[in-house]
Design a protein around this ligand. Structure first.
Ligand code: AMP
Length: 399
């Protein structure tokens, strides 16, 4: 399966969009906000399209459209005033992307979205192209779950095929007795069962592919999660040179086979014998790539602008060792964190997304530190986060 990016609209002949053009981003969260900042810095105008009001990206937009993602007529009307549409949120109906692709350029194509928003299709794509992934089975009934567990054994993890993120829509199965409860709790008619991987670490590679098929990958980052949410990312990941090169190579090949135009993040498990297994593909910039803003020659957001506009991709060279720590809403539980104390830690930069309510688990911002070593950078972001809210326990566990 090789997919050609949809450039079916009337403006398809125009491959390079010059500054001044109107770029659209579907989704209004922090990824859309940072895309808008990068695009406007380069002289582009930005329309943010979201199905809810009051989103972070709206603060950085020239135009803000609140549209129900099922209202295809409205989406097409909004897209008709945009020169190229991209995504910061991939869980939109594929028809929404197709409705916009009928009137303007949409990158990545709705076909790429259709693959990556369904774990079953994503695993089939990876298997078809011989990219190593976790041992898995598609599960569409309680009986097929039993068969999957018989084939792959326990423990394992049952994941809904669609609309899962940050560990939502998945359950770990340790014993036969868990099967029925997990199937009933997830209440999805399409799931994927995966064997549990006793990995050494989780890493990810952000890759970009341009309109002409040029590809560029950033160095892999090491990702440490807490409660299934990314906690600390650090770069470069502690991989052998051969595995580091293989991770970038695999990411570039996946982008090519998808026919991606834009940015994607490939998440990997690294097994204890140094094998890379693809866990997930996100067809957009990624939380683990936020540190590219300070630590790479080009940020993942500028790279997205360049890719969708048909400009040459920027250098992905690492300009500093770096680490990023997420700031979840939990940090606000004792009141507004002390940002002055956090910023007193040398090399630390603050990003706040301007979200209203600081709910537990909600991504409110992040801290990035550039330091001479990765260990220093990790220590700096963890210390800065601790100083911001000394009474609140945060994870900060790194391998
Ligand atoms: P996902 O939503 O698929 O990225 O899963 C969220 C997190 O759950 C991953 O980052 C891993 O830490 C963990 N996880 C998911 N699948 C597996 C697996 N097959 N084996 C071990 N850990 C897993």
């Amino acid at each position: 399966m090789s997919i050609v990016d949809a450039t079916t609209g009337p403006r398809q002949a125009e491959s390079v969009l010059r500054p001044g053009a109107m770029l659209g981003v579907l989704g209004g969260g922090q990824l859309g906000a940072m895309f808008a900042v990068a695009a406007r810095r380069m002289g582009y105008r930005v329309t943010v399209i979201s199905d809810v009001d009051g989103v972070p990206a709206a603060r950085h937009a020239d135009r803000f459209e609140v549209v129900n993602y099922n209202d295809l007529e409205r989406l097409a009307a909004v897209a008709a005033k945009i020169d190229a549409v991209t995504f910061e949120f991939e869980n939109v109906p594929a028809d929404a992307g197709r409705a916009m692709a009928a009137v303007t350029r949409v990158h990545p194509s709705p076909d790429v979205l259709a693959i990556t928003q369904d774990r079953g299709r994503e695993k089939a794509f990876l298997t078809e192209h011989a990219f190593r992934t976790t041992p898995h089975r598609l599960v569409e009934s309680r009986e097929s779950l039993q068969q999957a567990v018989a084939d792959l054994g326990l423990p394992g993890v049952l994941k809904t095929a669609s609309f899962g993120y940050d560990g939502r829509g998945q359950m770990r199965l340790a014993a036969d007795a868990d099967l029925a409860a997990a199937w009933n709790t997830l209440a999805a008619d399409r799931c994927v069962y995966e064997a549990w991987v006793d990995f050494a670490m989780e890493v990810s590679v952000v890759v970009a592919r341009g309109l002409k098929g040029d590809v560029a990958a950033f160095a892999a980052s090491l990702n440490a999660h807490s409660r299934h949410i990314l906690d600390v990312a650090s770069c470069p990941a502690p991989l052998t040179p051969a595995v580091a090169a293989e991770a970038k190579e695999m990411a570039c090949c996946i982008a090519e086979k998808l026919g991606l135009v834009g940015v994607a993040c490939i998440e990997f498990f690294v097994t204890r014998d140094d094998q890379l297994l693809v866990n997930e593909i996100a067809p957009r910039p990624h939380n683990s790539g936020h540190l590219t803003i300070e630590a790479a020659a080009t940020s993942q957001f500028e790279q997205q602008v360049r890719a969708v506009c048909g400009l040459p991709l920027g250098s992905t060279a690492c300009v500093s060792e770096a680490a990023m720590a997420n700031l979840l809403g939990d940090l606000w539980s004792e009141g507004e964190p002390d940002w002055a104390a956090a910023l007193a830690v040398p090399g630390v930069r603050l990003h706040l997304y301007g979200k209203g309510a600081a709910r537990p688990g909600r991504k409110m911002g992040h801290l990035t530190a550039c330091r001479p070593t990765v260990a220093d950078a990790v220590a700096a972001v963890i210390e800065a986060r601790r100083r911001a809210a000394p009474a609140v326990a945060t994870e900060g566990r790194v391998y």
